[in-house]
Design a protein around this ligand. Structure first.
Ligand SMILES: NC(=O)C1=CN([C@@H]2O[C@H](COP(=O)(O)OP(=O)(O)OC[C@H]3O[C@@H](n4cnc5c(N)ncnc54)[C@H](OP(=O)(O)O)[C@@H]3O)[C@@H](O)[C@H]2O)C=CC1
Ligand SMILES: O=C(O)C1=N[C@H](C(=O)O)C[C@H](O)C1
Length: 233
């Protein structure tokens, strides 16, 4: 398969190595705005860039009828527009706040726990994410997905906010520390105990492998997808 990498920073470089080992050809490695010319006719684009450029980058790819796998976080208020473009251009789009298998299992576990806790009194809920100091957005895209998983099952919450939980707003502590690749926790605390579920990434390889697997999966599809479709979760 021919893959164009849009964004060639920490993630783009690891995706390059993994995709090449899996037999794919990398036809573009872009640190700038993609165009029909510099994309070099790929089967799929994998987009890991910056929050402020992701929307325009994805739009250009979809308008050129190229399927896009996007891992860039921090631009999601415009996702409905992108999903419309994927349909109008008869191509495919998949956004994942986190492409690792472990986090996608964690998302499912979080929803199960949220469903159990919805009728239990006496527990407060709080999220925490820890990332490296270079991260541009807060809270992380993964923390937002975890919060949305809780909203789906527990009607006590319908919005998130940074810091502490308050009323219907689920709190997310966003901590920036050294070179931490990504740690996410959900806490339910009562006066007598605490339940914690936690995912810790040891490095970025799981994110990169998931993005390549998603690119292999989406190649001949049309429409809008999520990582749970790829993994059958
Ligand atoms: N979904 C997931 O599983 C994961 C998502 N992420 C997310 O992916 C994104 C990228 O992460 P990471 O690789 O660590 O970030 P980096 O900052 O290391 O890389 C960003 C890259 O984008 C390049 N860039 C700048 N402007 C443009 C442009 N207009 N078009 C294309 N590329 C451009 C930068 O170039 P230059 O260096 O020249 O500025 C750089 O190469 C972040 O939003 C992060 O949160 C990260 C890990 C996992
Ligand atoms: O910026 C990162 O590094 C990461 N970003 C994603 C996010 O915002 O959730 C995924 C992962 O946690 C690493």
């Amino acid at each position: 398969m021919k893959i164009a990498l849009v964004g060639y920073g920490k993630m783009g470089k690891i995706i390059d190595e993994i995709a090449t080992k899996r037999g794919h050809e990398i036809v573009a490695r872009l640190k700038e705005t993609p165009t029909a010319e510099n994309l070099n006719n790929p089967d799929v684009v994998i987009e890991f860039s910056l929050p402020e450029v992701a929307f325009d980058n994805i739009k250009t790819c979809l308008e050129n009828k190229i399927p896009v796998i996007c891992g860039t976080t921090g631009w999601l208020e415009k996702k409905p527009e992108i999903e419309k473009l994927a349909v109008e251009n008869e191509t495919a789009f998949l956004y994942g706040s986190n492409f690792s298998l472990g986090v996608n299992l964690f998302f499912a576990l979080n929803e199960k726990l949220a469903d159990l806790m919805k009728n239990v009194d006496g527990y407060s809920c709080q999220l925490e994410e820890i990332h490296h100091v270079h991260k541009k957005d807060a809270p992380s895209g993964t923390a937002i997905s975890i919060a949305e998983g809780i909203f789906k099952h527990n009607p006590k919450f319908d919005a998130w906010k940074l810091e502490e939980t308050q009323g219907n707003q689920l709190g997310i502590f966003a901590i920036r520390e050294d070179e931490v690749p990504g740690t996410h926790s959900v806490f339910y605390r009562s006066e007598v105990d605490e339940i914690e579920i936690k995912h810790t990434a040891f490095n970025r390889n799981g994110f990169a492998l998931g993005a390549v697997v998603a690119a292999e999966w989406i190649k001949d599809k049309k429409g809008n997808f999520a990582m749970k479709d790829v993994l059958g979760l």
